[in-house]
Design a protein around this ligand. Structure first.
Ligand SMILES: NC(=O)c1ccc[n+]([C@@H]2O[C@H](COP(=O)([O-])OP(=O)(O)OC[C@H]3O[C@@H](n4cnc5c(N)ncnc54)[C@H](O)[C@@H]3O)[C@@H](O)[C@H]2O)c1
Length: 341
């Protein structure tokens, strides 16, 4: 009899939710801890591999492989298969992003879990912005401008209200005003969310600007940004380059990925020799206390993110543990007896 069973816990999206994923405070804690562990060298996180379809420069859909091993007290291997489709965005009821996470035992390499990663992405993406805001936002930040009222926009409201306690109002901007209005209505009575399609007016008032749209062109102009604002870009090319270039604090989640990422603002500025790694800090360095976040109320702070696979794996591992403890999910066997060993 084999000592180890190749038993996989399968968690569909509803299971992942039942196992506690929508707890933004928990996801923020896991995300910050993961950044800290990356900074301390406890995580192996190779750059993501991009499969753009039909090609990298003009893709209409893509799948990315995002593997990592998390050491320390977590000790798990895994990867996220992260996918996005422009087609989906044109279809009612289909998410733009569709993701799956798999976890493996680092010793036996047996798969331990396969789960929906779509909501994990939404939660951890906004949590990454939340961690960025924690280190970079002014302590007196009162007004936020969130641009994009889609899936990430929804979780961004949760992350910003949790991570920046001084916030009093959020302008939620979208080209699709009814969409922003509907999302704002969900938070009525809880948070002060003002839906609008006038991004310029909202950005001009904002202490914190976060962009999470499907736009491939800059939508935040440099002249709209307050001198001491915090600007966080979640997609690849949503802010005018001058906002980043003149920032006192330039922060990325992962330099290697962003500087090589096709179509990213960071990749273009790096290729043109106008931005170097030395000019930037990383979120892992901030979380590990190796570089400072905001140091004065006068600084312009800018953070660009691309997504780090180990954060997905860390959040998925937490959900896996919760699901095991609560008896959630469906058990599958990879084999009964391996045919060839
Ligand atoms: N950095 C990361 O880790 C990470 C992870 C996941 C997704 N993302 C990015 O976040 C972005 C949003 O993803 P999503 O799943 O929420 O998409 P979504 O389709 O659910 O929402 C995008 C929203 O942006 C709006 N929009 C598009 N152009 C706009 C503009 N010019 N002004 C205002 N609103 C505009 C759309 O109307 C839509 O409501 C994508 O670009 C995705 O690549 C980043």
């Amino acid at each position: 009899m084999p000592q180890y069973k190749p038993e996989i816990l399968f968690l569909k999206q509803e299971d992942v939710v039942r196992a506690g994923l929508l707890d933004m405070k928990m996801v923020l804690e896991v995300t910050e801890k993961t950044f800290k562990m990356i900074g301390e060298g406890q995580i192996i996180n190779p750059p993501k591999t991009m499969l753009g379809m039909p090609d990298n420069d003009n893709w209409t859909s893509f799948c990315m492989s995002m593997p990592s091993y998390i050491g320390g007290d977590v000790d798990i291997a895994g990867f996220k298969w992260a996918s996005e489709s422009v087609f989906n965005a044109t279809q009612p009821g289909m998410p733009y992003g569709v993701d799956v996470v798999m976890l493996s035992d680092p010793k036996t390499v047996y798969p331990k879990a396969i789960m929906d990663g779509t909501l994990i992405t939404a939660m951890r993406t906004s949590a990454a912005a939340g961690v960025a805001a924690k280190y970079l936002a002014s302590k007196s930040a009162k007004t936020a401008c969130l641009v994009g009222a889609g899936v990430i926009g929804r979780t961004m409201i949760m992350a910003m209200m949790e991570a920046v306690p001084s916030l009093e109002e959020i302008y939620l901007c979208d080209l699709d005003l009814p969409k922003a209005q509907a999302l704002a209505a969900e938070y009525a009575g809880k948070y002060n969310i003002i839906p609008t399609s006038d991004t310029e007016s909202a950005a001009r008032k904002a202490d914190v600007i976060v962009t999470m749209t499907t736009s491939r062109k800059p939508i935040i102009q440099s002249g709209w940004v307050k001198p001491n604002a915090t600007v966080i870009q979640m997609s690849v090319n949503e802010i005018e380059e001058d906002i980043l270039l003149r920032a006192d604090k330039k922060v990325v989640d992962n330099w290697t990925q962003l500087s090589h990422g096709a179509g990213t603002l960071i990749n273009r500025l790096t290729t043109e020799g106008r931005l170097t790694e030395e000019m930037c800090a990383t979120l892992p360095q901030l979380a590990a206390g190796q570089k400072p976040g905001r140091q004065s109320e006068d600084e312009l702070c800018v953070c660009c993110t691309y997504g780090i696979g180990s954060v997905d794996v860390a959040v998925a591992h937490k959900i896996y543990q919760n699901a095991l403890a609560q008896g959630i999910g469906q058990k599958l066997m990879l084999w009964d007896d391996p045919l060839w060993v």
